[in-house]
Ligand binder design. Structure first.
Ligand SMILES: C[S@@+](CC[C@H](N)C(=O)[O-])C[C@H]1O[C@@H](n2cnc3c(N)ncnc32)[C@H](O)[C@@H]1O
Length: 262
């Protein structure tokens, strides 16, 4: 069984990112086509990032279940739920993707965002088999992930920028290219109505420092660049923010499909 992955995520970062990527999340909810009686599973739910917004679409007979391996995420999700005062059927369950505590075909909608990227590519088939088991025939899945190869930062030294991004993407993330691989998974499993959409995320004031400090510090830790080069990166990006010439963005891939009849 592949290692589970908590990695770099924490509740504050996930909440900040969710605010800046609202347009992507909204589109993923539309693609999910939730109905009043839908039984929805959100995998890697974090601190109720998508479970609470998704509850807007269900009625009394519908249900939203978020599952996450990390007990801290589940505690934060339950706290958010309590504060939101939502009376719909929303539940957060601690569980591992590799042994999901649900019955076969229990859900008719599955949503997951930035999940495949936290596992090595070699785990993708096992993860999908787990999702496929709990999704009912004719049930719909929506998967969203980033393609880190599309991360682009307006920086004076192009070669240096590519070196940082390439190393960060290929060596420091379990699967930084997960976004572009999602469609293969659905095709391989003969899913119907497969659709692929691309949505950009331009780094704004909430995420830019976090993202770019994170990338540069990981590459520095790996001794791929020197401290002086990291300082140059930080200084130039700070200057660009001040001057209004800062520009950095990434592409997110949204893939949806319908499970074939058994
Ligand atoms: C990058 S975060 C994405 C969170 C959320 N979907 C969002 O859009 O902000 C990945 C989440 O997957 C959870 N996770 C990691 N390994 C897991 C596993 N083996 N089973 C279930 N959840 C896991 C992490 O705890 C984390 O909350």
């Amino acid at each position: 069984m592949p290692a589970t992955s908590k990695n770099y995520v924490n509740t504050k970062w996930l909440k900040n990112l969710a605010q800046e990527t609202r347009h992507i999340k909204q589109r993923s909810y539309q693609l999910l086509q939730v109905k009043l009686d839908s039984q929805v599973l959100d995998v890697g739910c974090g601190p109720a990032i998508d479970t609470i917004p998704l509850s807007e679409f269900i009625g009394d007979r519908g249900r939203i279940v978020g599952v996450d391996y990390d007990p801290e995420m589940i505690a934060a999700a339950n706290q958010e739920l309590k504060e939101s005062k939502i009376s719909k059927r929303v539940q957060h369950v601690q569980g591992n993707i590799f042994s999901l505590p649900f019955q076969d075909g229990e859900f008719d909608r599955i949503h997951l965002e930035r999940f495949f990227q936290v596992f090595p590519k070699s785990s993708a088939d096992e993860i999908f088999a787990a999702l496929n088991r709990v999704l009912a025939s004719n049930g719909r899945i929506v998967m969203v992930d980033m393609d880190l190869a599309s991360l682009s930062v307006n920086f004076g030294d192009d070669e240096f920028e590519r070196k940082v991004i390439n190393y960060f993407t290929l060596k420091r993330r379990p699967n930084g290219l997960a976004g572009r691989q999602l469609v293969d998974i659905l095709r391989k499993n003969n899913y119907n109505d497969v659709s692929v959409e691309l949505i950009h995320h331009q780094f704004g004031s909430l995420t830019r420092d976090y993202w770019l400090n994170w990338a540069i510090s990981e590459v520095l830790d790996a001794k791929i660049i020197t401290q002086a080069e990291a300082d140059r990166w930080n200084q130039e990006l700070k200057r660009r923010v001040k001057e209004g010439s800062f520009l950095a963005y990434i592409t997110n891939v949204l893939v949806s499909g319908v499970k074939p009849e058994n």
